[in-house]
Each structure stands twice: as C-alpha cells, then as structure tokens.
Design a protein around this ligand. Sequence first.
Ligand code: IPE
Ligand code: IPE
Ligand code: MG
Length: 244
Amino acid sequence: MFKTKKIEDLNIPQHIAIILDGNGRWAKKRHMPRTYGHQKGTENIKTIAIAASKMGIKALSVYAFSTENWSRPDDEVSFLMKLPGEFEARFKDEFKKHDIKVMFSGRKTHLSKENLEILERITEKTKERQGLVLNICFDYGSRAEITEAIKIIAKKVEDKQIKIEEIDESMVEDNLYTRELPKLDLLIRPSGEIRLSNFLLWQAAYAELYFCETYWPDFNESELMKAIVSYNNRDRRFGGLKNK
Ligand code: IPE
Ligand code: IPE
Ligand code: MG
C-alpha cells in the first residue's frame, strides 16, 4: 500500500497521537525483561518523531506513561521514570538538527522534583523551535486533564472573573494541556488493543482511529505511512453529510 501512494499525493494529518503500547509483549517474545522493551520503545520515539517531522506533520502526541501505570511493579515504574533523563541525554542533538520542539502533557503533582526539572528544561530549551511539536504525555490521564480544566474554570467562577454562562467548549479546550496544538486528526494504537486507555478522550471526539497489531518497538516509518494512507481513505463528516 505504501508504494502505491506518493507522499506528495497524500493529505498529511496535522496532529497525530500514538499510544506507545506493546513494549512488554515485544520483549517477552524475545525472552527479555519488559524493561528491554521499554528501552527499545523509547528509542523508537526518536525515530518516529524524525519521520513525522520529515513528512510535514505539525504535532505528534505520544502516550509514554499513564496516570494508571503507577500501579505496575516498582522496578518497572522506576525504569520508566528514567525516560525524561534518557530523552534529554540521548535525543537532544538530533532534535535540534530537525528543529523539533518538545512539550509535556501530564500531571505535575506526582513526578519527582528531578524529573520536573528535566521536563521544564527541555521545554524551555526547545520552545522557540518552528518544526514538529513532540508532545510527550507523561503521567498523563485524560480524566485528570479534564478534571484539572474544570477546577481552573470553577475557580474563575468562584472569583467572579467569569460567569457560568460564559463557559463553552472553547474555554474547556483552552484549559487542556493540548491548547496550543492543532486539532487531533489521527489517533494510532499499535499492539492489537482496541481501546483508548484514558488517552486524549476530549481531543479524540472527531479524530480518526487506527489500530494495528505491530508492537510499538517495531512500529516504523512504513507503519506510520500505512496509518496515513488509511486516514486518507476516511470520509470525515463531522456530523455533516458525505463530502464526495
Ligand atoms: C507500553 O508498553 C509502555 C507503557 C505503558 C509505559 P506496555 O508496557 O504496556 O507493553 P505491553 O502492553 O505489556 O506489551
Ligand atoms: C496505555 O497502555 C498507556 C501507555 C501506553 C502509556 P497500557 O498498556 O497501560 O494500557 P492498558 O492497561 O492495556 O489499557
Ligand atoms: Mg500495554
């Protein structure tokens, strides 16, 4: 399918989100510890971010650690908590070369001080870049994100800065972590699971969904292309009528 379509002929989604799933099963298949899968999976974020940037995608949101993933065994959580440091140490030069801006979405209440400093530093150092925005969702949960937005808005009502009647969908959107990103066009979940697992529930309201069997560490540029080709064959109606 990849060869029959040229990238110039495709409608490239502006904002793609990927649930980075299947690291553990990928490692198990190789009789290796789950953490080996996480290491390969982390490396793959760089590969796919660079591929996405070359394709002209504006924003790529990746789900790297969920608010529910804290319930995993301590040694696995500790390994996953090294991800921001890995990112800073190993990817910074290539991201600079490709003009990739990095931002983080997620709770700021449960992460270590050290990790919060790393996230802040990466965000600050890359904020002026004009290329792809890589939105790393780390300690992210959609329900937590929406709850936070509700609290911010409720506080404004309490402080009489706004009236209840002024609350609308765009105000909610303005208080989500993704407020500066284009609307989500395509949400991809590798690894064979057909669910959202608390990822971008609001943002995915009219996104096209794409599921594939490949485990995240094996998800490569050609898999990304397949997802984009599939997206090009969708008829996005947004509740209206067929557009053909
Ligand atoms: C995704 O891979 C990474 C995280 C959730 C942090 P998994 O660790 O969920 O891998 P599987 O689903 O068990 O194969
Ligand atoms: C979703 O994957 C979270 C991330 C990829 C970060 P999970 O493996 O945690 O999701 P479930 O448990 O299969 O729903
Ligand atoms: Mg999983």
